[in-house]
Design a binder for this molecule. Sequence first.
Ligand code: ADP
Length: 739
Amino acid sequence: MDDDDVSARKGSFRKFLEHLSGAGKAIGVLTSGGDAQGMNAAVRAVVRMGIYVGAKVYFIYEGYQGMVDGGSNIVEANWESVSSILQVGGTIIGSARCKAFRTREGRLKAAGNLVQRGITNLCVIGGDGSLTGANIFRKEWSGLLKELAENGDIDREEVQKHAYLNVVGMVGSIDNDFCGTDMTIGTDSALHRIIEVVDAIMTTAQSHQRTFVLEVMGRHCGYLALVSALACGADWVFLPESPPEEGWQENMCIKLSENRARKKRLNIIIVAEGAIDTQNKPITSEQIKELVVTQLGYDTRVTILGHVQRGGTPSAFDRILASRMGVEAVVALLQATPETPACVVSLSGNQAVRLPLVECVQMTQDVQKAMDERRFKDAVRLRGRSFESNLNTYKRLAIKMPDDQIPKSNCNVAVINVGAPAAGMNAAVRSAVRVGISEGHKMFAIYDGFEGFAKGQIKEIGWADVGGWTGQGGSILGTKRTLPGKSLEAIAEQMRTHSINALLIIGGFETCDRIKQSASGTKRRVFIIETMGGYCGYLANMGGLAAGADAAYIFEEPFDIRDLQANVEHLTEKMKTTIQRGLVLRNESCSEHYTTDFIYHLYSEEGKGVFDCRKNVLGHMQQGGAPSPFDRNFGTKISARAMQWLSTKLKEAQGKGKRFMTDDCICVLGISKRNLLFQPVAQLKKETDFEHRIPKEQWWLKLRPLMKILAKYKASYEVSDPGQLEHVHHRGHEEPAAI
Ligand code: ADP
């Protein structure tokens, strides 16, 4: 690699935050409403980013109640007060529901308590109720201050000085019930809990040929139920937004018995807590159980998950999401002017965006209104772009259309796994096979990658063959790293023999989100962990962010002996504080010479007398295990989309000699910024570093400084593009969902 290359890559972190200063500002952070995993990560990020830019940050304990009560409920936070909370579920600053804050009198007291401490920036982490409250508070602020002055509680100068309250919200809610964000903080962790239970239940249900009715949270929102159903391939799902059609009782029983007839030994029915029928009458788990027992005589059990879903450690996804949102929230507060409306920081695709709080709350309430008025189609649409696509994908994959209703395409499509096995691959194959069948294609599975293909290991695969694949780790089809290059002739021959019109290749995902490392409990110790990924530092970087690491060495950001020295010095300083642990991640191919052993020895020698070191090479456990809910769903949806794309291309090609002629007939499908993007391979070629098998530009590199800031290094961070408010998108019918 030449020097220019290195400096170009280092230079990609320009567009700095330097002009933003929090000096003289005070930020209050509170968590309110129902708790959610990841809230602590958000609090940590707000505190550290706030301190980083020179602001004072105050914890407001027990939600709005603490703000109303004041006193020891509002306490200045420091760097160390948020140490070791990243991996803790719930919220360390407490959350509560507060009646007093619903009254002006209560809000007057709260305003008094904030002004006393000079707090005019508020960061609220909660659901739509909490954010609505925050917005009302902001609007009343100047009036409240005037009243406080009239009562003699504050003087006129203070009214002037603290004239405006800036408010930014982050949505912490396991239900994912908030419009304007793809994921709320806590949802992914809740899904982890649900899927753990489903996987456990499936083994026992399998043994006894049982039917399980599983009730998950969501009084008004079916997101958890829907995505769980997708992630475990449930037989049936009940959601408040999309009630089953009249006569569902019979349809459901037919479906269950059909599945049993296909030798499926168990049935899973998922019910959202707030499930209703088309007349808005509740559908309960017990009612469903009764129905199955009386109609079908199956051994049926009900499991109500309840608060388990809020429990446990936050997932890597939630930690990263909350950290990003927390940093973004502080930036939004610093950039706010008296004219800026209260905003919510949220996630769109893989991007952080800011939206007006009022619009999001309004749309969230519109969903409820639509359900109350039985306009269920509107409810689904208003839920947002991913909800609708989840629902459509679920319907397509769960219920096979009768053969005579499937249009015949006369096309043969084959599916193959290549490269290293990755969690979620089987979900992708299942989805491709079922979508392919429902599009009228004959589907073929190729075993053992291109090597198997060349040898003719190819067989037709049916709807029922892929049942239960969603939750399985590894690659059931088998995968080999062999490239097709040397056996192109043999492969072409197989394609001819089986008249394969299109090939769906699933592979090359060198990522999965299974990195977890807990180093707490040990003192004065630095853990050095090597992660996989070839030359791609994604796992090391994101793992670092999720685990609150002190450094993550990756190939994409070159480092030298001075960086290593700075890191060692940083850790030595850290050991003098109350945080006496260190965590360093190293991507397996980040440097030829600065190996994990080298770094381990260097740190051990330099840290002598201050800290000791342990090293761990994570190795293949990263590829193992059951796929996370995210990987299952991502695999399922991306593959469904790929298959639909293939169908379109096949249709276009019909009558044109059945051959793909143009560049855009060979595409890679992936998520780019906010959308799913089909990129022609020819174009990708220009954007790929073939030697190291990584893209030349990687979106997540932007997040690198974040980890450094949160670990107390001097780093600069690119703010959300363009750091402006957007509007909640009212999506038209014709516009496709991103994912
Ligand atoms: P969530 O934030 O999870 O939706 P709630 O709706 O219970 O939870 O709201 C949490 C708290 O936010 C309430 O206890 C109350 O203190 C405050 N809050 C909610 N709605 C309002 C409102 N309209 N006006 C003032 N405060 C409110």
